[in-house]
Design a protein around this ligand. Structure first.
Ligand SMILES: [Zn+2]
Length: 272
């Protein structure tokens, strides 16, 4: 599931390619990928411009000049692709919703089976924001705020990092990488973390996410024909999806088990 680095990469690319552009056509191939009937979608989206593109946790918010907003969530396998007129097209999956612009370029929202592109009022967008914990890349994510999130928690650290109500935007891949970088096992109970471990964890979260943004995240499918950055983070993963392979730090075998319902990857020598 795309997390902060992947959604941040999409945000940057959308700002580059469609910000300020007028939507002149829409096509909804899969009606269940949005929340309103096609005629209502067209009424509020067609002939409006994209005025702002924001990321909130794992959501992308495209504000429209009609006063409404399009809210995209990719869930497990949703992808976004930007087709430029006259250039080769390599769709990353089935195109479920399309927005066409004045210059004949098309924004494809692909494989929105669990994911979606919803048409929302500003109050509904605000309700989404209100339900999210702090974004680890925002200035509001202070060490004090982090300690407050950890306080009174009794459970395991990995599910805590992935709970969007605690911290927004971290999912399975980066929670594994963050815990490896901090030297903490995914099953560790929060009350057993030492002060030093909490400090280390706090500092590696934004560092690792920023590194992943710089590398282009882990989505392999390009955003457009000119995109040669996406997926650049994959070779830098130290534990995620590396079960059975040697630890790059110590040579021990990377292990895998279910923690909090999701796959945890870890090194028993480097993490405690
Ligand atoms: Zn190791």
């Amino acid at each position: 599931m795309p997390e902060i680095p992947e959604m941040e990469t999409y945000k940057d690319y959308l700002q580059l390619s469609v910000l300020g552009k007028k939507i002149v056509g829409t096509e909804i191939v899969r009606e269940r990928s949005t929340n309103v009937p096609p005629d209502e979608f067209v009424r509020w989206v067609q002939d409006t411009s994209i005025e702002q593109v924001l990321r909130c946790g794992k959501y992308l918010i495209l504000s429209l000049s009609s006063g409404k907003a399009l809210c995209a969530h990719m869930m497990l396998d949703g992808r976004i692709y930007y087709e430029v007129a006259g250039e080769p097209v390599e769709l990353p999956g089935s195109s479920h919703i399309q927005l066409r612009f004045e210059d004949d370029s098309i924004l494809h929202f692909c494989d929105l089976r669990l994911g979606y592109l919803k048409l929302l009022d500003p109050s509904q967008v605000q309700a989404i924001k209100d339900g999210l914990g702090p974004d680890p890349l925002d200035s509001g994510f202070s060490f004090t705020a982090f300690l407050k999130i950890l306080s009174a928690k009794r459970g395991m650290i990995k599910p805590l990092l992935m709970d969007q109500k605690n911290i927004s935007g971290i999912g399975n891949a980066y929670s594994n990488e963050i815990l490896f970088a901090a030297g903490i096992l995914p099953e560790r109970k929060v009350p057993t973390l030492t002060d030093g471990e909490k400090e280390r964890l706090y500092s590696v979260i934004p560092d690792l996410l920023r590194q992943a943004i710089e590398k282009g995240g882990y989505i392999e499918e390009p955003f457009a024909f000119w995109d040669n950055l996406s997926g650049g983070m994959i070779p830098y993963f130290k534990v995620y999806d590396r079960s059975g392979q040697p630890c790059l730090q110590c040579g021990d075998t990377i292990r895998q088990k279910i923690v909090g319902g999701r796959n945890a990857y870890y090194c028993l020598t480097c993490q405690h």
